[in-house]
Design a protein around this ligand. Sequence first.
Ligand code: NOJ
Length: 539
Amino acid sequence: MYLDNQPGWYQNAVFYEIYVRAFYDSSGDGNGDLAGVAEKLDHLQDLGVDCLWLMPIYPSPLKDDGYDIADFTAIHPDYGNLDDFRRLIDEAHRRGLRVILDLVLNHTSDQHPWFQAARHDRNSPYRDYYVWSDSDQQYGDARIIFLDTQTSNWTWDELAGQYFWHRFYPCQPDLNYDNPAVQQVVLEAARFWLELGVDGFRADAVPYLFEREGTNCENLPETHAFLKRLRAFIDEHYPGRILLCEANQWPHDVCDYFGEGDEFHMAFHFPLMPRIYMALRRRQVNPLVWVFEQTPAIPAGCQWCTFLRNHDELTLEMVYPQDREWMWQEYAPEPRMRLNLGIRRRLAPLLGNDRAQIELANSLLFTLPGAPVLYYGDEIGMGDDIWLPDRNGVRTPMQWQAGGSAGFSTLEPVRLYAPVIDAPGYTSQEVNVADQRADPASLLNTIRRMIAVRKAHLAFSLGEMTWVDAGDPALAVYWRWYDNERILVAQNLSAEPCQAIVPAAGKGELRDLLTGETVGLEGEKLRLDLPARAYRWLL
Ligand code: NOJ
């Protein structure tokens, strides 16, 4: 292990989410693979991220892109084998990069041998690995998550002669956590990867592990009890490794997943994400102020994970119906852009490919509380393809170079797992890593600088935040402070120039951490002229 074993490393880390199939095809078969990720670690190291999150890499029929696992302790043949995996971990660690995996706890694929055994034989020990019923009426208070395609959480299985329970697609039967054997095999799966050196897990869909009649079957005490058990197991045998919680819930519910510092180390802040887009489009800071008012303090040693986009649709579950309609009108004017309760678009197209807005969104991401998670391709402003099925339109090949297969693969474009984006403004000629790396003013280099500055100042990751009323609702201004360091973040959300007036008694000067310019302080108030969509991080 070549990493510093600092406790709390994750609190100050920048994460980077990788869809392995999309990243780099080292074998020339049209699919990205683990060796491909290893080959591209230069890019990630250069960008300055600390921890890679790999979406599921396990054997799977890929009905839900690997979130339907058919074997918890092996690698999907498209992605390579365990030796490739070991090499990737080793090479990442050698460069000081950590790697976490997706751990899908709630369900398996229907092709998993456990489910196959279960459906074939009522007396199989695997029958009780899943949740069965003679009727489809149980747990009626549980909502349906994939609203566009599902009408029930129960599906009749002809072979089994019973209904089985699933919170997602019917090809993803839920595991039965009331069965101690299930809890044990899941711990064993975690152990397998921890032994191979992974630095932790992004735990998928955790609110749904248990079912209880008369409840909505989310966030149940039994679920928390199991998750605490998983945490205790990690703390005991693999200290320093982390658990990141995927619970698309309100902050007061998500907070329970931190426990008293004895459950998850980290949790995604789902409600913040759409409010960043609201604030940008409304040119008003109040959605952001509001969401932090709703966010309770979290236990010491815990951290939020914040993000602008990920591999799913931009979820609008954590906004009220009226705001959801507004978000759809503003950000998904074409019906095809909508999916379930969300929007299937990437960051750059959402913001009209407008460089100033993309930078501003990133400025918010890197300076608000929480550890940022970047989604592959957003660092260069990649586009999307809303006409691909499901969420595939935001999972297209990474654009490394101009032309052909965008440097993603040696194969010709038609033989790739998915088409390279060819929409005007987003083609690989216009958007690629190589060109942006060479251009000091590119989005890639701007984000790289933001990451470097953020990491050099613990106020951004560990510091407190105080909002400043700077005299105009279009201004997002706050102090971040930690120890004796104070940073004033001033952002103009509007398309007009604006002056921020900040009470800042004293003399001296503030230094812009991004440009090196200084601002003199004289008297009671600091007056900062901010051009349209400007952002300044002032020490
Ligand atoms: C959440 C994942 O992000 C999503 O991609 C997946 O479809 C569901 N969980 C089911 O595993």
